[in-house]
Design a protein around this ligand. Sequence first.
Ligand code: 13P
Length: 252
Amino acid sequence: MRKIIIAGNWKMNKTASEAVKLATLLTRDLADITEVDIVICPPFTALADVHDVVTDTNIGLGAQNLYWEDEGAFTGEVSAPMIKESGAQYVIIGHSERRQFFGETDQTVNKKIKAALKWNLTPIVCVGENLEQREKNKTFDVVSGQCKGSLAGFTAQEMEKMVIAYEPVWAIGTGKTATPAQAQEVHKFIRELISKMHNEDVASSVRIQYGGSVKPENTAELISQEDIDGALVGGASLSSDSFVKIIKNARK
Ligand code: 13P
């Protein structure tokens, strides 16, 4: 049985003090949850402060990106050991906004996953098609290409340590959620692909989150799908009310 994992991707929102406030509310309101792995991903500048708030609680901490070198002349970048020392256990890699606005490719995603694993950070690897690709019936080709490229060259043991997030770009921040059936179809496809790349055991243990306009009202139905093991939540993770509701509704 795969444990549900719900992560909040705060994107470029919340100063450190605002992040501490939100994290504090979440630790209070989610303290009794044991059936769901909960993760929050604030901006880099808030990681250390939020770590102080969530230490010894049931809330995990993640970063939203990393650079693949450990250190060096890479102005503006943040490395895996820096993230590790800030207290995070997870890192989102290859989010569609990074692919769209910051030139992230399957090759850079692949390098970043390697760096994350080297430093024992759990990568949350994002894939997903845009609207044009879906309308041209290219969804499976796109997702398959992204998975094969991003996940190339890892051992089965390494694959097992990752979380995959299927985020159809057309559903991100648009209020348009994929229907549970649409999402399930792609999740199942990704799981079968992992099975072909490695084996069935690995495929059945890897958790695949859905992301794209997840709200309290649509969480239960999405999570009830066989291959949907959680959610990567953007907008609705920015208020404790809605994020707490999502987590409560995600208990299968
Ligand atoms: P929204 O939940 O705001 O659509 O964002 C989804 C997302 O991109 C999470 O990574």
